[in-house]
Ligand binder design. Structure first.
Ligand SMILES: [Zn+2]
Length: 280
């Protein structure tokens, strides 16, 4: 279906291709760039760029892609802000669209297939703050999808991601507590219950994560491995984990609110780790 006209050859076409600034530079080198329209049809694009070498073409396309990624990455903050504002206005559908766009941007920037966003990508400490943003986005999406029973499947998908990212996020204990009270008035009670049940054993070491302000601190990693390898396989170990998880969210939120006690907790934990290393 012809819906527009190529400004160069004037033939009716269905869509036009943008001539990127990089391609313009490449065309200048072949003497064709004078008075080019910003967009042309497929065949004009082919004949124009036919004289540009393959290598240059590839490089130009890569550059345009990289530029686009930088722009998207910068814009992602606005998408989250917009999502939060819409959420506050109870414009849930629109908020979900903003949040989904944000996730899409991350997928594009990191060359991922849909749904493949993983915390590992952000393990680099300069990017670890993004983990908290992503966690809050999934938490909002979970509540948005709770507005209709139709969305229970979407809720399970979001819950899975929330668990995956939440384990890396210092505010996850707060989210679990909020989810607990939210579940009482939830529309999709079963989906919320499934989520909360899964938080039982998959939670991070809340106290340690809060004390070291990072899920990725070597101390936190050690404690996590100790839990999975030494405690989880035994009955007594599982009892210890249950008790720890019952009390640790309260301690962790207290520590997040009273940051001055963190150095002391760090010292205590380091001593405990030293002793654990001796016996294991
Ligand atoms: Zn044309």
């Amino acid at each position: 279906m012809a819906s527009t006209t190529c400004p160069l050859c004037k033939s009716p076409v269905s869509n036009l291709l943008k001539i990127s600034s990089g391609m313009k530079v490449a065309l200048e080198s072949t003497g064709q760039a004078s008075s080019l329209p910003p967009e042309v049809c497929d065949s004009c694009y082919d004949s124009l760029t036919g004289q540009v070498s393959k290598g240059v073409k590839l490089r130009v396309e890569e550059e345009a892609k990289a530029k686009n990624k930088v722009m998207l990455w910068k814009n992602r903050v606005n998408l989250v802000k917009q999502g939060r504002q819409l959420m506050a206005q109870r414009a849930f559908t629109e908020a979900a669209v903003s949040y989904q766009k944000y996730i899409k941007v991350l997928e594009i920037v990191y060359d991922l297939k849909p749904g493949q966003l993983s915390p590992k990508i952000f393990s680099n400490s300069s990017k670890s703050k993004e983990l908290t943003v992503i966690t809050t986005v999934y938490w909002d999406l979970l509540r948005i999808y709770d507005t209709s029973p139709r969305y229970h499947k979407k809720m399970d998908g979001v819950a899975k991601k929330l668990l995956e990212f939440g384990a890396f996020c210092p505010i996850f204990p707060d989210i679990v507590r909020k989810a607990d009270s939210f579940s009482r008035k939830a529309k999709n009670k079963d989906a919320m219950k499934r989520f909360l049940k899964q938080t039982n054993f998959k939670r991070g070491c809340f106290v340690a994560t809060s004390a070291f302000d990072s899920y990725l601190a070597p101390e936190v990693i050690f404690l996590r491995e100790f839990r999975d390898q030494k405690l989880l396989p035994t009955f007594t170990g599982r009892v210890i984990i249950r008790v720890y998880y019952a009390i640790s969210p309260v301690i962790a939120s207290f520590m997040n609110a009273n940051k001055s006690i963190k150095p002391i907790v760090r010292m205590i934990l380091q001593q405990i780790i030293k002793n654990l290393k001796k016996i294991s």
